[in-house]
Design a protein around this ligand. Sequence first.
Ligand SMILES: [Zn+2]
Length: 213
Amino acid sequence: MLETLKEELHKLHLMLPQAGLVTWTSGNVSARDPETGLVVIKPSGVMYDQLRPEDHVVLDLEGDVIEGSLKPSSDTASHLYIYRERPDVNGIVHTHSPYATAFAALGKSIPVYLTAHADEFGQAIPCAGFALIGGEEIGQQVVEHIGTCAAVLLKNHGVFTVGKNAKSAVKAAIMVEDVAKTVHLALQLGQPDEIPAEAVAKLHDRYMNVYGQ
Ligand SMILES: [Zn+2]
């Protein structure tokens, strides 16, 4: 079931190591099928180069496995919590991408120093509190702190991004790492100025409504 979504998720999963966002088996992408409301997610502890479309696990929002012989990602309860709380979200990505996670390690949000940051996110990337892995506590932290942003840092842990579909969430995961890397480099050279909030709002609005074909 949901073959097309599994194929799409498989391709998106392969982008995580290509973009340098994950090592070994860490990180995961999930998607909610808008028609059935079912969620497709990466199986736990499977290497990216061995992952096949049919290995992805299908669950309902309560966590019952509908299809799949492998155990779902250890972050599944948190993904499902986010989907239950956020009907507008149909894609979620979690990574430990190094530059963004360096800010998370310090419990620091990322202020808007770059136009690319304003374009994609329209606000500072917030940092949520620490939460243990395995239950839905991480999901609670994400929902509590992410607001209208597409990305949130998780203290001492990593990054969660959300989107209207899985591809948007993967794009946000790639962009937040890119922003964090450049901000890290800038901070080695000095203290950058933040872009004023009014300009951030204008940049974000233009990017969301005018940019592209
Ligand atoms: Zn993690």
